[in-house]
Design a protein around this ligand. Sequence first.
Ligand code: DGL
Length: 262
Amino acid sequence: MRSADQPIGVFDSGIGGLTVVRALRRLLPGEAIVYLGDTARVPYGTKSHETIQRYTVQAGAVLQRLNPKLLVVACNTASAHGLPALQSVSPCPVMGVIEPGAEAASKERVVGVIGTLATIRSGAYESAIRRHNPATEIHAVPCPLLVSLAEEGWSEDPITEAVCRRYLQAMPPQVRTIVLGCTHYPLLLPALGRARTEARWIDSGEVTAQSVERLLKGGLGFRTESSRGPFRVLLTDAGTRLKEVGSAFLGEALESVELVEL
Ligand code: DGL
């Protein structure tokens, strides 16, 4: 087994997965994290199964060069389409964000799931929730505009609230628990909450961080040094507004980034 001091590799289609890193660093501050964001090819949410799967496997190969003890696919879209393919070639364990979110959702009688077009069309959340609880009634709604609104930083804007309301009206009123099945949606909680005041939200990043903690406890091991874990960010493109948007997702200043090719 790899040493417990090796980093956790986190992969996302872009910088949205920094919301998952934020949850990981809050829960497991001592862990070393290497983040890879495929900013040159984002978004994945509009792409086909074959393309998303291929991109996910390519990204996994780059992170494997750094010898991680665990890979976390932070992107819901990549988890929905590329996880089994990446798991079948990876020498270290690989987990996605759908299983932890689905497990939490399966405790409810009725749930909603929101995500990108590709995530919702894959049916991955439905299959995972039904594996845990075949009786759960599931209402899955694609919300493609929300990714752009989150990157724009319009979490408090009435336009975002109106868009959220428009999407969520597709869910019947008995849906009281909704999975945020996309890296970007935690940033939009103010608008989502106003659009659906009675809802409880499952943040797939938060529950994924808890699953990572269980895996470390279960045998992968915690980093042995007590200092705050080092954090590296690798991107396939460093475009405009990167630091500004990245810092909003990460919840702290995004300092330096390194460019890589997949
Ligand atoms: N990271 C993606 C997800 O969680 C959203 C952005 C994209 O479409 O690539 O589904």
